[in-house]
Design a protein around this ligand. Structure first.
Ligand code: GLY
Ligand code: MN
Ligand code: MN
Length: 494
């Protein structure tokens, strides 16, 4: 069925045509796949409640949440597949499942259905000829029965999607309203628009907001996954610390660090949750330094911002600024202590009922006070902190917090009143990550501080009575970081 032939019928320029003899031969003498069904995914115990909460916001509607297609890296080569996070959250599938799948909710729970392309018999040319779905190319895929056992969902072939979306409601009356998560899969969005006769952007935007806001408060399964992501990230940081002398020796040490962390991320989890920032010396002052092609030198700092994404796709997001030699210079320590103090103030504000922005405001006040101590501000502390001021942001242009979960910047479509202007509640997971970045070209900054960039970032679960630091096992104080590095580097390698 899906032997890959371009629309003009010509084979790609490097494809050798399959002979009839091959086609006859390849179809025979394969053992049947096991008919044992897999155990349900751990997330499957949690997804029905998530779907019910979403459905309750749009009574009577059909909600279309695609996993999304492969994304092209170049020409006919795709990036490794990752589903849209809303799909992962509602279907419970992680890792690289499931390209082109579409979850359709309701209107009733019994009609929640997962549409996907199930595996075909080995007599089908897809088996050997489809680099996208064929078992010989991508491995054995799930049958419909296996997918149903894994997810607990009703499962149908993708070929049935268009007819199902066009069908009347279970009462036989008119077709329920459709809403689609537009950004996930352009082909599914076009299908929904065609069925509705127009692109109902406003209705769809409400669904996107709801899918994001549904994830603001994590359930117990999600918190467990985030704990696992943080534990794996600690292993990744310690692997980097253990190999720092090698990173210095080899040159292009930032790349070495990125690779060592990436190895742990791929080994312990699915991948890195975002491109690692491995920034030596001055590079730490480039906030999204992911080129990572610099040397590491004794005497420099290494700002490492990295997180492991576990197989369920939840990610950690941690930053530590490490002395490459194992010892901070007095000036580096001075900046680290200022950032640490700002972080402590931010952490103290991380409790239920507080405003999300309280964390940033508390951290910012400390940063501004330290900048004033260094005589860097052209105005008073209060003027710098006022909405009309903000001069301090020259040295910390980013926010202090974001939600964390399936996406490193989770809940991105949540409304301002529920995010930046919202209140913290038990079950929310946020980062607390102040920093200070003194570029060497900044003529306002004293010589001893130039070229120093420091960020300290932890992942915080808001609890009933305060918070739990999911990354408490990462040392933070300069003395503790030095002791940690010495201990890790003196450990026998395993
Ligand atoms: N690693 C990106 C961030 O900290 O937000
Ligand atoms: Mn972050
Ligand atoms: Mn980060």
């Amino acid at each position: 069925m899906s032997e890959q032939t371009p629309a003009d019928g010509k084979l790609p320029n490097r494809t050798v045509p399959f002979s009839k003899a091959f086609k006859d031969f390849i179809a025979s003498d394969w053992a049947a796949p096991s008919d044992l069904l897999p155990a349900s995914l751990p997330a499957a115990a949690w997804t029905p409640a998530r779907r019910d909460r979403l459905r309750a916001l749009f009574p009577g509607d059909r909600l279309i949440v695609p996993a999304g297609p492969y994304k092209v890296r170049c020409n006919d080569t795709d990036f490794r597949y990752r589903p849209h996070s809303a799909f992962a959250h509602l279907a419970g599938l992680g890792a690289d499942h499931e390209p082109d799948a579409v979850l359709v909710l309701g209107p009733e729970a019994e009609t929640d259905t997962l549409y996907f392309h199930p595996r075909v018999p080995r007599t089908d040319p897809e088996f050997y000829a489809s680099s996208r779905y064929g078992e010989m190319w991508v491995g054995q895929r799930f049958s419909a029965g296996e997918m149903a056992a894994l997810t607990g969902l009703r499962v149908r072939d993708s070929q049935d999607l268009a007819a199902a979306l066009a069908a009347p409601g279970t009462d036989g009356g008119r077709r329920p309203g459709l809403r689609v998560l537009r950004e996930a899969d352009p082909a599914v969005t076009s299908l929904a628009d065609a069925l509705r006769g127009w692109a109902d952007q406003a209705a769809d935007a409400e669904l996107a907001v709801a899918c994001s806001e549904l994830r603001l408060v994590k359930d117990a399964f999600e918190i467990g996954e985030l704990d696992s992501a943080c534990a794996a990230t600690l292993t990744g940081f310690e692997a980097v610390i253990a190999d720092l002398p090698e990173a210095v020796r080899r040159g292009r040490g930032e790349r070495w660090v990125e690779g060592v962390f990436g190895l742990q991320a791929r080994h312990l989890g699915n991948a890195v949750g975002y491109d690692s920032i491995a920034a030596g010396g001055e590079h730490a002052c480039t906030l999204h330094w992911i080129r990572n092609d610099g040397d590491l030198r004794d005497g420099d700092l290494l700002l490492l911002d990295a997180g492991v994404e576990v197989d369920s796709l939840y990610t950690a997001d941690v930053t530590r600024t490490l002395p490459v030699s194992g010892r901070y210079s007095p000036a580096q320590r001075e900046v680290c202590l200022a950032v640490l103090e700002a972080q402590a103030a931010g952490l103290a504000a991380a409790r239920p009922g507080a405003a999300f922005s309280d964390i940033h405001d508390a951290a910012a006040r400390v940063i501004v006070q330290r900048l004033a101590d260094w005589d860097l501000l052209p105005v008073s502390v209060d003027q710098a902190l006022s909405p009309e001021g903000g001069q301090w942001r020259r040295w910390m242009p980013h926010g202090t917090s974001h939600h964390l979960g399936l996406d490193v910047h989770d809940c991105a479509a949540a409304r301002q009143e529920n995010y930046r202007r919202g209140r913290l509640a038990p079950g929310m997971v946020v980062t607390v990550e102040p920093g200070l970045y003194f570029k060497s070209s900044d003529q306002l900054v004293p010589d001893r501080l130039r070229g120093i960039g420091v960020r300290i970032e932890d992942d915080i679960l808001i609890t009933e009575d305060g918070h739990r630091n999911l990354t408490a096992a990462f040392p933070r104080h300069p003395d503790a970081v030095e002791a940690w590095m010495a201990a890790v580097q003196n450990r026998p390698s395993i």
